[in-house]
Design a protein around this ligand. Structure first.
Ligand SMILES: [Zn+2]
Ligand SMILES: [Zn+2]
Length: 284
């Protein structure tokens, strides 16, 4: 356990009922000496992936609400919650992308810290299945059965939804039931993005946990509060030949969530100039 950890020996509340402690407990124990306590909040009331409850808010405020809900229920001073949203990439609509968020709340200092990552390696996908159609190819693509799927009768968006389908037998039963309920015997299939049914997402949450722990272990050079880390990345790395600003990363801005001190820093890889192939002047 790192001696400098501001959270050594502390209990942190993790608001989840999708088993996210499996991904997060270790990084917090090893990196900060803190113990995660699961607060089994009914986070589904804040919106789910499978569409029965409309998402009331964007992912970030849902995530903050979850963390605060956990703190209220548990009476603890430190809380953690994760949330994700999935959809087509804004610039490349054929590509699915996942945005994973992890929010940490410290009521004592007080501070709120957000770590996030954009994930291309998501299995997020949906398909419609005709009356006699075989779903094998789609199932292979989305990683079933290690990754769960959800089914419903195609023409009944209100459901019923068949969840926790992580076994070929259970899936077959659900497909039969959906076809029986659908006027055209068609089925809607989608990937189950809940963490406990989606190992790809679980890995993504673990990576985010490691990044958050590293940041919580870094004190601000100004006020000493935990959470010193990158808050902004600025493009404009100059071309090696002509000095024109390129689209490549030039500066990382580090910041403190408490005193809001910010310091620009050069790239961590030491690169100070861009190859002319990235230059809008040398290689338009
Ligand atoms: Zn500070
Ligand atoms: Zn140039």
């Amino acid at each position: 356990m790192p001696l400098a950890s501001p959270y050594a020996g502390q209990r942190l509340c993790l608001a989840t009922h999708h088993g996210k402690q499996r991904a997060l407990a270790r990084p917090f124990a090893l990196g900060l000496g803190a113990t995660l306590e699961v607060c089994d909040c009914d986070t589904d009331s804040l919106g789910t992936f499978s569409g029965e409850v409309q998402r009331l808010d964007d992912a970030l405020s849902t995530c903050r609400s979850k963390a605060r809900m956990g703190l209220e229920r548990s009476g603890l001073r430190f809380g953690l919650a994760s949330e994700a949203s999935f959809g087509p990439h804004p610039a490349v609509p054929l590509l699915a992308v996942g945005q994973e968020l992890l929010v940490f709340v410290d009521l004592d200092r007080p501070l709120t810290l957000l770590e996030q990552r954009l994930d291309w390696r998501t299995n997020y996908s949906q398909t419609r299945l005709g009356p006699e159609q075989d779903p094998s190819a789609w199932l292979k693509q989305v990683g079933f059965p290690s990754h769960g799927v959800i089914a419903r009768p195609l023409n009944q968006p209100e459901g019923p939804y068949f969840k926790d389908l992580t076994h070929p037998g259970a899936l077959q039963d659900a497909l039969d039931a959906c076809r029986g309920l659908d006027s055209r015997r068609e089925v809607w299939l989608e990937t189950d993005m809940r963490a406990h049914c989606n190992p790809t997402r679980m890995r993504s949450i673990r990576r985010l946990g490691v990044a958050l722990v590293r940041r919580l272990g870094s004190p601000c050079p100004g006020c000493g509060a935990p959470g010193w880390g990158v808050v902004d990345r600025q493009a404009g790395l100059p071309c090696r030949c002509c000095g024109t600003a390129t689209d490549l990363l030039a500066v990382e801005v580090w910041g403190c969530p408490c005193c809001h001190l910010q310091l620009p820093r050069a790239r961590r890889d030491g690169v100070e100039a861009a190859d002319p192939q990235h230059c809008p002047w040398c290689n338009p």
